[in-house]
Design a protein around this ligand. Sequence first.
Ligand code: CA
Length: 218
Amino acid sequence: MQILVVEDDHAIAESIVAALVAAGHGAQCVGSGGAALAADGYDLMILDIGLPDIDGFDVCRRVRAVSQIPIIMLTARNDEIDRVIGLESGADDYLAKPFSLRELLARIKAVTRRGVVQSSQTTFKCGLVVLDTASRRVTLGGSEVILTAKEFDLLEYLVRDPGRVHRRQEIMESVWDMNWYGPTKTLDVHIASLRRKLGSPDWIESVRGVGFRFVEQK
Ligand code: CA
């Protein structure tokens, strides 16, 4: 993978790039939000929140408006509010400084792995929603819905088995993985975002005390 590291602290940037290269990835580093927005040709972005020009949340939102690329945000501030803002701005995962490079590599693996069992079927249609796992595109009534990588994985998980109630724990284990440290709030944030992007909360029904199910809408 080609990975773009957006970090203005040279020491941190260099250690991340060295770890990525040692793990077999290509890595390129930029030190500002503007340079990050101008960059292209990469498969994943590691994005620091504190940048000299545009903050990481804003960079994330702008990238997300045009791309479903996985984004992992870095921050020095380890509190719930930042984490939720990061996820709402479209990040797929969130890592608080200081973190180990091993942990970062695990997160990269987690956001890029497919959260569901592979099968030969690539297109799933449920009412107006059509999800194509080959191109990782979702359309609603023919219009493309731009999702983050994790939102796509979550929707795919639900749409593959519409009508069935999926337990929260089961969803977390399948779509995220056991390395994920922010248990259920993350799922709620992604569910809320999917409902918003699909234009109605009715697509995903909350089953109190159990989990969620995808419900076909006409
Ligand atoms: Ca910084």
